[in-house]
Design a protein around this ligand. Structure first.
Ligand code: TRP
Length: 336
């Protein structure tokens, strides 16, 4: 493990994950864990930045995210899987980093700017923004620098945060005349091909998602609601798969080349109706997800094991984070 480069990434515990997460994020992590020393964490402190007053589901959400990760193939023997609040070293590093981070660097953060706009639209006062939420880009910096991470696999929306992390790392190195922190680079994840059932981006709050943990019946029901070529009204109308972004899009993800050709022909020649096409698709999707769902079920029934995984991973993460923190404390020249 020692001479591999390190990566780290995380997710807020928002509950059960959907296929957008699976194809957009998790599959990528599963590949990356073969090549890198990998840290993946559940960002429960980050969840509190916005949901500090909605904590009833927090425990369940952490558990569900963990189950979805494990089911998807994030392997605790290959990656270090941890819970943010189990690694207090990150919070300590955050303190030191917060001292050297100019306030206007944080204010520049695009996510905060978006948030300011939302609050303004809702006619809420920006001064209601909590200190923790305001400082969240610095906490994210602490997450990343805690392992002197080389690469951060993230989507395009998070790149600005990684840029800030680089700026803070560089500033630390300049101030304390060291080359202590690695300036981490974003490892851009391709945008997920997986659209929501209504054609918008797949997302929990849009009620257009298929969950990794949905049953086969629910999956089938949901797929039946997927939009198709709007110009194909009756079964004997000839359809155009290019105008069927959702269902035909799913075929391209789940079907073999042959399957894709078959439904394409069936649609264009009006020999296969949308209902039949969706039925077949649901079967395909369920077949693909079956091993993942079975694995999830096994973990779900073994509470002790999943606790152990999170606890062990967090112990390993702490060890590395402590090493990095201790080094930083030396570089700062704190009394010891
Ligand atoms: N900000 C990320 C999100 O909202 C989650 C996150 C927190 C993260 N800390 C991180 C991602 C560190 C990568 C690295 O999705």
């Amino acid at each position: 493990m020692e001479n591999k480069k390190r990566i780290m990434s995380g997710m807020r515990p928002t509950g059960r994950l959907h296929l957008g997460h699976y194809f957009g994020v998790l599959k990528n992590w599963v590949d990356l864990q073969e090549k890198y020393e990998s840290y993946f964490f559940i960002a429960d402190w980050h969840a509190l930045t916005t949901k500090y007053n909605q904590t009833d589901d927090l425990k369940d959400n952490v558990k569900n995210v963990l189950l979805d990760w494990l089911a998807s193939g994030i392997d605790p023997d290959k990656s270090i899987i941890y819970l943010q609040s189990f690694v207090p070293e990150t919070a300590m590093l955050h303190i030191y980093l917060s001292m050297i981070t100019p306030k206007n660097w944080v204010e520049r953060d695009p996510t905060l700017k978006d948030l300011a706009k939302i609050m303004k639209d809702k006619q809420e006062n920006m001064s209601n923004l909590s200190y923790g939420l305001f400082g969240y880009p610095v906490l994210m910096t602490a997450d990343i620098l805690s392992f002197n991470t080389h690469f951060v696999p993230v989507g395009i929306d998070q790149v600005a945060h990684v840029e800030l992390t680089r700026d803070i790392a560089r500033r630390f190195n300049n101030i304390y005349k060291s080359e202590y922190f690695v300036e981490p680079q974003p490892l851009l994840t391709k945008i997920s091909l997986m659209k929501g059932l209504d054609g918008n981006k797949m997302g929990k709050s849009f009620h257009n998602d298929i969950k990794i943990s949905d049953s086969e019946e629910v999956t089938e029901k949901k797929i039946k609601t997927g939009i198709t070529d709007r110009n194909r009204i009756r079964k004997d109308d000839k359809g155009n798969p290019d105008n069927c972004e959702v269902i035909f899009g799913y075929w391209q993800i789940f079907g073999s080349e042959n399957d894709v050709k078959e439904v394409c022909d069936g649609c264009k020649n009006a020999t296969m109706g949308c209902a039949q096409c969706k039925q077949k698709l649901a079967q395909k999707v369920n077949e693909t997800l079956r091993p993942i769902r079975e694995k999830r079920m096994q973990y779900e029934n073994n509470e002790k094991l999943i606790r152990e995984i999170l606890y062990d991973g967090s112990q390993k993460a702490r060890k590395k984070a402590k090493e990095v923190l201790d080094g930083a404390i030396d570089v700062i020249k704190m009394y010891k």
